[in-house]
Design a protein around this ligand. Structure first.
Ligand code: HEM
Ligand code: FES
Length: 355
């Protein structure tokens, strides 16, 4: 939904979300520093600068894990959908916290010599062939560059200008950033006094992220199998079920032989069908509902009219529509997609007879 450019389209929901995340991050950093001071006191105490660097670094990695887990969690359980709504803000906050960590580390570990901190950073350790002395900070810097690119292009303005495909590919690089951060922490821990703690926490994080992605992938495969083409008896028409089986203002999703998913919506005594994939970031429209007469994407609320797949003015997005019909009390949808934005006649659900 991109009628014009404004830096951030704030609303109350986004403000509350950001305030909660910022308060949680500040709280985490405070608790981290407090607990660390308690654990490492006296001769073993770390300087305040080191504690802040560590607090910011670990806060950034916790936030990165949350960013990565929200997607699969929302696919597994709809109750996590509200978190997805503002995931991009969470990503930007993650970058800012990581930036604070990186800048402080650069200043503290490279800023006190006669050499420029950046030159010192690039030249002080070049043991790329050694595992135990690897320049782990360069991996953190690589991750920071990727997080910056993602934060800088997070607005829908860039989604529109880069095209959805390029934008999506760019933002899939979050996994590259994650891999770099895992390397940064694991190899850094080898050179620190807290190797077991850091490596253990990192291991739990990686296992959690991988398991959730595998669980969500398995759930999608099962859903597609359940929505698989049924009753191909009449050529290209797919059986969706009885009209009563589709909840009002909601959809039932079916899948074509070619693997395209179709969302078949019931609304106001009629049935219409559109592509299941949202134009924004590919959200599952069939899991959304009809609000104010428009199909509303469950991820970030983009809307499309069920009759022609067009977003309501002033927006200009369009999705494919499909022909629907009701035969012998069964809803059927034609597997051939019509061009995006093509008006289609909704199938009217017959009134129950009172004989
Ligand atoms: C220019 C970029 C970066 C530099 C120069 C850098 C530097 C460092 C340094 C020197 C340490 C060791 C601190 C110590 O043990 O005293 C460290 C640890 C760490 N860094 Fe980075 N880092 C960068 C980017 C990142 C990014 C992007 C993340 C995460 C998103 C990150 C997460 C961490 C974590 C979790 C630790 C371990 C903290 C702990 O021991 O509690 N770093 N980093
Ligand atoms: S994916 Fe963002 S609104 Fe649909």
């Amino acid at each position: 939904m991109s009628a014009g450019y404004t830096p951030v389209q704030w609303n109350r929901h986004k403000r509350v979300y950001d305030a909660v995340v910022a308060a949680a991050a500040v709280g985490y950093i405070g608790v981290f520093i407090g607990v660390s001071k308690g654990l490492w006191a006296g001769a073993r105490a770390f300087s305040d600068e080191v504690l802040v660097i560590r607090a910011l670094g670990s806060c950034a990695i916790v936030l990165l894990h949350i960013v990565l887990c929200i997607g699969p969690l929302a696919r597994i359980d709809r109750r996590f959908l509200p978190l997805l709504y503002n995931r991009r803000h969470l990503g930007v906050i993650t970058f800012l916290v990581a930036l604070g960590h990186g800048v402080m580390a650069l200043g503290y570990y490279h800023g006190f010599g006669v050499v420029n901190p950046l030159v010192s950073f690039l030249t002080s350790n070049t043991s790329y062939g050694s595992l135990s002395a690897f320049p782990f900070q360069s991996l953190g810097a690589g991750a920071l560059v990727v997080l910056f690119l993602m934060a800088a292009t997070s607005h829908d303005f860039w989604l529109r200008n880069l095209s959805a495909r390029v934008w999506k590919r760019l933002h899939m690089m979050v996994y590259v950033a994650y891999a770099l951060v895992v390397g940064h922490v694991a190899l850094g821990a080898l050179q620190s006094d807290r190797g077991v703690l850091g490596t253990g926490a990192m291991f739990v994080g990686v296992v959690t992220v991988c398991s959730l992605h595998m669980a969500a992938g398995g759930r999608d495969v099962r859903r597609d199998a359940a929505a698989g083409t049924k009753g191909q008896g009449d050529g290209e028409w797919i059986d969706v079920g009885a009209p009563a089986e589709i909840p009002d203002d909601r959809a039932r999703t079916v899948c074509t032989v070619g693997g395209e998913r179709i969302a078949v919506f019931r609304h106001g005594g009629s049935v219409s069908a559109v592509a299941d994939v949202c134009k924004h970031q590919g959200g599952p429209l069939g899991e959304g509902k009809i609000v104010g007469g428009c199909i509303t994407c469950p991820w970030h609320g983009w809307q499309y009219r069920p009759g022609d797949g067009c977003s309501p003015p002033p927006f200009k997005e369009k999705i494919a529509t499909y022909q629907v019909r009701i035969v012998a009390g069964r809803v059927q949808v034609n597997a051939r997609a019509l061009p995006e934005g093509t008006p289609t006649e909704p199938a009217r659900i017959p009134e129950p007879s009172h004989d």
